[in-house]
Design a binder for this molecule. Structure first.
Ligand code: GDD
Ligand code: MG
Length: 365
């Protein structure tokens, strides 16, 4: 297929992004901010996905929102700054993934609709997924990836022609390592068949029903970068991979390296920033600090000698001198006193203050 026809296909496709989830596994970061808006390699996570959609030639994007719906429109507006046309549909009560897709149906214009989970960091080219959909004359096409452990995902076995045999959401005994990557192409009429105004899971209800009815449901497997950003560990790793250029983003071309530091941040001499660490606006890093694989949001102060690894430090937090933090999430505006130790799974809620030497937390202790 020529480049021209590939861009024709994308140009006549609508994108839908599901961003209504509560992001429970990323608490307390998601108490005030929806998961797709968390800063990731310097910009809200969703901006990387929107840039990929734009780069693929899709222009019309509908966001299916629920939790903290207003935050998205405040930031992205009508999308013209990104060369997109973005519309928003709000669910007063979360309708689930299938219900969220059905709920945007009145905004759709194209006969082909590409739906994205809003928390997936992916490097897949969208054009070939759309081409496979048209080539197969499919009712639905699922982007699939292979993972070492399929239990936390939707497991999707296919036959030799790529036809989907089953859809098994979060099963204890997955028959294959091939999983739903959270990106689907639908014929628009299939979306219109989803029951309206009630909770529907696309994974547990819509896909199994389409298969039961013998509809044309295909999988498109590739080996591109892929990560669900739903847990603190994956969020940190995904951000670092973006900073280091392991995960591609059109927003970071020519800017990748060991660390990404906002130009308004202050990093004192002798501070070491490694492993894809990102430092947000107005953040101050003291002398002798060592940050390895850390996501630091805006307006954070880290005092001299602190050592931080594999962690997320939310906006306005303060980390005392010589503190040691590893595998932790520090909430907005929290204060961690000097010499505190927070290791392996510690989560500090927004605004909590821990006095100097006030804690030694490790889940192994
Ligand atoms: N609009 C709307 N309404 N969006 C929702 C709702 C809702 O009620 N519930 C969840 N979402 C959005 C979330 O914001 C997220 O972007 C996406 O739907 C998927 O929800 P998650 O809660 O992140 O699901 P998951 O990660 O456990 O599993 C899903 O993604 C995996 C791949 O990352 C499933 O689709 C799996 O099959 C898949 O393998
Ligand atoms: Mg997810």
């Amino acid at each position: 297929m020529t480049t021209q026809s590939r861009s024709d296909i994308a140009g006549s496709t609508d994108a839908v992004i599901l961003v209504g989830g509560k992001g429970t596994r990323l608490r307390p970061l998601t108490v005030n901010t929806p998961k797709p808006m968390l800063p990731t390699a310097g910009v809200p996570f969703l901006k990387h996905l929107l840039a990929r959609i734009q780069a693929a030639g899709i222009q019309h994007v509908v966001l299916g929102t629920s939790f903290k719906a207003e935050v998205f429109e405040e930031y992205f507006g009508n999308g013209e700054d990104m060369g997109l046309e973005i519309e928003y549909v709000v669910e007063d009560q979360p309708l689930g993934t299938g219900g969220g897709i059905r709920n945007v149906a009145s905004k759709l214009r194209a006969d082909t609709v590409m739906v994205f989970n809003g928390d997936v960091l992916g490097g897949a080219e969208l054009g070939p997924i759309l081409e496979a959909h048209h080539r197969n004359d499919a009712d639905a096409t699922l982007h699939l990836v292979r993972v070492p452990d399929a239990r936390a995902f939707g497991c999707v076995p296919t036959d030799a022609d790529g036809r989907v045999l089953e859809f098994l959401e979060k099963t204890e005994d997955p028959p294959t390592d091939q999983i739903n990557a959270g990106c689907y192409v639908f014929r628009r009429s299939v979306i219109e068949e989803i029951p309206a105004r009630r909770v529907v899971s696309v994974e547990r209800e819509t896909f199994p029903k389409l298969l039961e009815e013998g509809r044309r449901v295909f999988g498109h497997v590739d080996n591109a970068y892929w990560r669900d950003m739903g847990t603190p560990g994956d969020f940190v790793r995904g951000s670092s991979d973006l900073v280091r250029g392991i995960a591609p983003s059109p927003l970071l071309e020519g800017k990748t390296g060991e660390a990404l530091v906002d130009e308004s941040a202050g990093v004192r001499d002798g501070a070491l920033l490694l492993g894809g660490t990102v430092i947000g606006r107005g953040t101050e890093i003291g002398a002798g600090c060592r940050l390895d694989d850390v996501v630091v949001f805006d307006g954070v102060t880290i005092e001299p000698g602190a050592v931080i690894e594999d962690s997320i430090i939310a906006a306005g937090a303060r980390i005392g001198a010589n503190a040691r933090i590893r595998g932790a999430v520090i909430g907005e505006g929290a204060v961690i006193g000097a010499r505190c130790e927070l290791l392996d799974g510690a989560r500090v809620w927004p605004g909590v203050e821990i006095p100097d030497s006030g804690i030694r937390f490790s889940s192994d202790a």
